[in-house]
Ligand binder design. Sequence first.
Ligand SMILES: Nc1ncnc2c1ncn2[C@@H]1O[C@@H]2COP(=O)(O)O[C@H]2[C@H]1O
Length: 313
Amino acid sequence: MKKYLLTIGFTIATIAFSQNIQIVPLGVYGGSNESNLSSYLIAEESTNNYLALDAGTIYSGINKAIENGTFNEDQNKILRDYIKGYFISHGHLDHLSGMIINSPEDSNKPIYGISETISVLKNKYFTNDAWANFANEGESPILNKYYYKNAEIGTPFTIEGTNFTGTIYELSHVNPLKSSAILVENDSNAVLYFGDTGADRIEETKNLTTIWKAITPKIKSGKLKTLMLEVSFSNSQPEKLLFGHLTPKLINEELGELGKQVGKNKLKGLTIIVTHIKPKGDNEEKIKEELLKYNPYKINYIFPKQGEKIVLK
Ligand SMILES: Nc1ncnc2c1ncn2[C@@H]1O[C@@H]2COP(=O)(O)O[C@H]2[C@H]1O
């Protein structure tokens, strides 16, 4: 009997610990189309406990997900109950305007970010001049709906309302402007989401190298399921006009650095979800073509679509 119970316990534990991760893109572009800007909901597959990775577009993305059958609930419930908190990578509008605009209808929840991002929210957006202060610090009247969670770089923290922990890393988005990435993980799976970032060579920083070193063990063990990485421009964009972004060429340059840590063959089949494409002219088609045509590390590229769920196995 005892052995039987132990087996059941082990099976339940295995199921509990091997939760796949799902991602619901609410917005996928890095500009122009204000109804489809960077925001990705991430949760364990069998739950509705989502962290929003950036919040450029919220309302239109939820509607699109309902239209696609990804969600089968009303708009308000998804906003208020499913989204347990926001990670905001940096202070640019295309990463947070959806959260601001929807704040009057939202419920109480945390906003995670580096101190620079929280400072922008506090001093530029949740102000009486720009909107109203729906957060818990800053200008009066303080409406106390959102509460800031200032994350220390590289120190894991609990993501409220989920089984995830988060670890934030610093990025450079036209040095000295800071952006950030977050490693979201449960016991068996991990996803690394990047806000806007330039390449180390162009930004003259070592931020990406630091991240590649930090995640190498998780890639080697197979725990890290995907990188959600920006590719804003095609290779035709001159390096002096990148404004702190990546191109397919620079992705391969950075993957070369990661490959040095992990071992080249270990990158084969790694999934990269391509974020933040700027949908101007034929930029989107060119980026896709360039990534797929010259893919020396045999990366599995996914081009997310608004409202279409991705399950990472
Ligand atoms: N000096 C500049 N000249 C023209 N466009 C710029 C300049 N700096 C920033 N931008 C644009 O403004 C955008 C702000 O958000 P992004 O960083 O996504 O991308 C940036 C560029 O597209």
